[in-house]
Design a protein around this ligand. Sequence first.
Ligand code: FES
Length: 106
Amino acid sequence: PKIVFMSFDGARSVVDARAGDSVMRAAISNGVDGIVGECGGAMMCATCHCYVDDAWIEAVGARADGEEDMLESAVGVVKPSSRLSCQIRVRADLDGLVVHLPQRQT
Ligand code: FES
């Protein structure tokens, strides 16, 4: 499935992600700037913060247990659409998912 990353300055990167991978992993393996993923997906850093595009919020689903607490440590502004991208699992039905990246992660 394709995932679309929109950077803070409007740059758009479309990557081919593997189902089962996290959105964070898809960004890192494809060299997308703007996702750091310092803790490797253990929900301990909040440097994988992203905003799920309004059109996709419902399909992506609810935050994981504990995600809310970790999001409080995010450097960027936390919005209702905020997610830790390491906690979003890529699925076939999320093909075309659009996520927006904060200005900075650290
Ligand atoms: Fe650290 Fe997501 S990669 S919380």
